[in-house]
Design a protein around this ligand. Structure first.
Ligand code: C2E
Ligand code: MG
Ligand code: MG
Length: 646
């Protein structure tokens, strides 16, 4: 602020503007201007907060100050504009650099699709330089692999959504067709209208090849959709592990079409493919749920049966597969007959791993081709033979059970001290018209395997009870019935037993049940013990059959609610000559006495055996020496002669 004092003869007081109009320093500039204008003052005093004069303010001071503010603001605006400009130039340069350096091909087009610019990667991938494509449309790159609708859809989506992304086959300048992954984005101007399209793409030839490799390595056969060799081998390995654990059999059927090459050669590969697809479909339709069909390649198929329940069933399946394939196929307007040969291998019988099973099934398939096509064959010819026999047995057993053709023989059990009849043991007999006499030692395990043992066991119980009812006026002789372990494991057993007893009105004391030592399965001990208790609580006697051949622990035996042990024939056979057998039988007799159990010696064939056993207090004996097992109608006569007073 200027301060001017004129040099004259007057005192300052004469010429000073008085009074000095003052304003506080905090007042606004606008108020100061208004006051100066209205009061026609040239100066205003400016006071600080304590009222002391800070200085003078003139009109020109105010103007200078406002101008200064304006210039300052102007400068600030100019600076800001410069910075924005510099930034946008920088952005532009950066964008250009990114576009040029990008490994993706980039193409900018006008809204009508005319190419405006491309980047170096575009040129590298397509083979076209910028000047060769500018002004043209992307149709220049078209491979011809996509139909019109493909492009129409692309354009529609671009217009509606401003975006398209997908796989597209294009053609390079050198004519090579290649796949690219393309993203097109619409770019809008300030008014929101589309002003450009930016297309960004990568060459995915490499990725495609990798995908194809993965595909071929993957699990399914492309033509038929069936599992391929890889998946099949995995499944086979699993099935084997499972079968090993659960002790069942796995079957592998190797199916090969006969003369398939001829179909391919004469009708062409397309027809061949259709045959393969149809065969795959028929195989899948024929197998059961749980079995799996695969195509190993060419005209080779496999069927995996992870658990076979009977060889007969397997043979049936093989025949059904052959028949299904042999149904006429209508291909290219003509009926075609395709036949197949099948080779079968089994785990564990033929091989112990997937590689062996495949090889053996393949070998069997070749043999079946040699023997004339349209057939199946087991790997092991001996096996085939055995299978056939077992199958017949199986079929006949079903038949016998259905017709009630089984019957029983009864073998007397003798009290060694008195020579009196103690009871009879019912033994299964099966005479088949075709097979002749079949031993129970063969029938029982087969019935167990086929899941028929419950039916068989029930029939035996029924027959025994019916027989006892017939004999009730003759004598009250208890009859021992042999049980399979599987019967005892069945929840129905007690019901069946009660039903038989009540239906024929048989006193429970007239029934004795024989169980074998194989019944002692530690894991099931409790359930089995409960079952035996339930039997005993009905007043039915229990004995352990074939004693000495199993591994029953003495401690366990002590807990069982049993009445008698049946000393196995093998310990009786060489009595009294063999020192070893003498010792064993004496030990068993001693132990049984200790446990309060009776002993029944099995297979007594000679007087010397009977004498020895009687001398050592064996209570009962059974064997050819006393009587062979007798047909039911021979029993009354035997009783008449041998036990007239009973
Ligand atoms: P097991 O219960 O030990 O029956 C005794 C077996 O020895 C019978 O054979 C009988 O005929 C035979 N045998 C009797 N005395 C003599 C003899 O002095 N010398 C010789 N060498 N053998 C004699 P079978 O009838 O062939 O029965 C064999 C096995 O089949 C039976 O052995 C039993 O375990 C089983 N079995 C028989 N019938 C049935 C049945 O209805 N149900 C069940 N689950 N198993 C049965
Ligand atoms: Mg027995
Ligand atoms: Mg026995």
């Amino acid at each position: 602020m200027a301060w001017v004092a004129e040099p004259s003869g007057h005192c300052l007081d004469d010429i000073a503007t008085y009074p000095l109009f003052s304003m506080p320093s905090g007042a606004s500039l606008m108020l100061a201007v208004q006051t100066l204008q209205q009061q026609h003052y040239r100066h205003l005093g400016v006071l600080d907060t304590s009222g002391d004069l800070l200085g003078l303010l003139s009109y020109s001071d105010v103007l200078a100050n406002i101008e200064y503010e304006y210039v300052n603001q102007l400068r600030r605006l100019l600076d800001e504009r410069d910075t924005a400009l510099r930034l946008s130039v920088e952005h532009l340069r950066l964008a250009t650099q990114v576009i040029n350096a990008s490994l993706d091909g980039i193409m900018i087009t006008a809204p009508d699709g005319t190419i405006e610019s491309v980047n170096p990667s575009f040129s590298e991938m397509t083979g076209y330089q910028q000047d060769e494509v500018v002004g043209k449309t992307p149709a220049l790159l078209s491979s011809g692999r996509h139909g019109d609708d493909f492009y129409q859809l692309m354009w529609r989506q671009l217009q509606e959504q401003g975006f398209w992304q997908g796989e597209i086959w294009n053609k390079r300048k050198n004519g090579e067709v290649y796949p690219e992954w393309l993203t097109i984005t619409a770019i809008h101007d300030d008014s929101g209208a589309i002003c450009k399209y930016a297309g960004i793409f990568t060459d995915i030839t490499d990725r495609k090849q990798k995908e194809a490799r993965i595909q071929s390595l993957a699990y399914f056969d492309e033509l038929t959709g069936l599992p391929n060799r890889r998946l099949f081998t995995d499944r086979l390995r699993l099935a084997i592990a499972n079968a090993r654990r659960h002790r069942h059999q796995v079957a592998l059927l190797f199916v090969d079409l006969d003369l398939f090459k001829r179909i391919n050669d004469s009708l062409g590969h397309l027809a061949g493919d259709r045959v393969l697809i149809e065969v795959a479909r028929r195989l899948e339709k024929t197998v059961r749920e749980g079995d799996s069909v695969a195509r190993l390649g060419g005209d080779e198929f496999t069927v995996l049966v992870p658990e076979i329940d009977s060889l007969g069933g397997l043979e049936c399946l093989a025949q059904r597969l052959i028949d299904a394939i042999y149904e006429p196929m209508h291909i290219n307007g003509r009926a075609l007959f395709v036949s197949a040969s099948i080779g079968i291998s089994l785990f564990p019988g033929d091989g112990s791993n997937e590689e062996q099973l495949l090889r053996f099934a393949d070998t069997a398939m070749y043999r079946s081709k040699e023997l004339g096509r349209n057939k199946f064959r087991f790997y092991n010819s001996e096996m085939s033979e055995r299978t056939r026999q077992e199958m017949r047995l199986e079929e006949r057993l079903h038949h016998a059970l259905a017709k009630g053709a089984l019957n029983l023989h009864y073998q007397p059990k003798i009290n060694l001290a008195s020579g009196c009849l103690e009871g009879l043991e019912a033994l299964l007999r099966w005479h088949d018209d075709e097979l002749g006499q079949v031993s129970p030692a063969e029938v029982i395990p087969l019935a167990e395997r086929l899941g028929l043992i419950e039916t068989l066991g029930t029939q035996v119980l029924e027959m025994v009870c019916a027989q006892l009812q017939k004999w009730q006026h003759l004598a009250r002789v208890p009859v021992a019935v042999n049980l399979s372990v599987l019967q005892l494991q069945s929840e129905h057993f007690l019901r069946v037993l009660d039903h038989c007893l009540s239906r024929y009105q048989i006193a429970p004391e007239l029934i004795e049940l024989e169980i074998t030592e194989s019944f002692f399965i530690p894991e099931r001990a409790e359930a089995m013990l409960a079952m035996l208790e339930a039997i005993r609580s009905r007043g039915i006697r229990l004995s352990i059959d074939d004693f000495g051949t199993g591994y029953s622990s003495l401690a366990y035996l002590r807990k069982l609610p049993i009445n008698a042990l049946k000393l196995d024939r093998s310990f009786v056979q060489n009595l009294p000559g063999s020192q070893g057998e003498v010792e064993i039988s004496l030990a068993v007799l001693g132990m049984a006495r200790g446990l309060g159990l009776e002993v029944i010696a099995e297979g007594v064939e000679t007087a010397a055996q009977a004498e020895f056993l009687a001398k050592h207090h064996c209570q009962q004996a059974q064997g050819f020496y006393f009587s062979r097992p007798l047909p039911a109608d021979a029993v009354p006569r035997w009783l008449e002669i041998n036990a007239p007073n009973q």
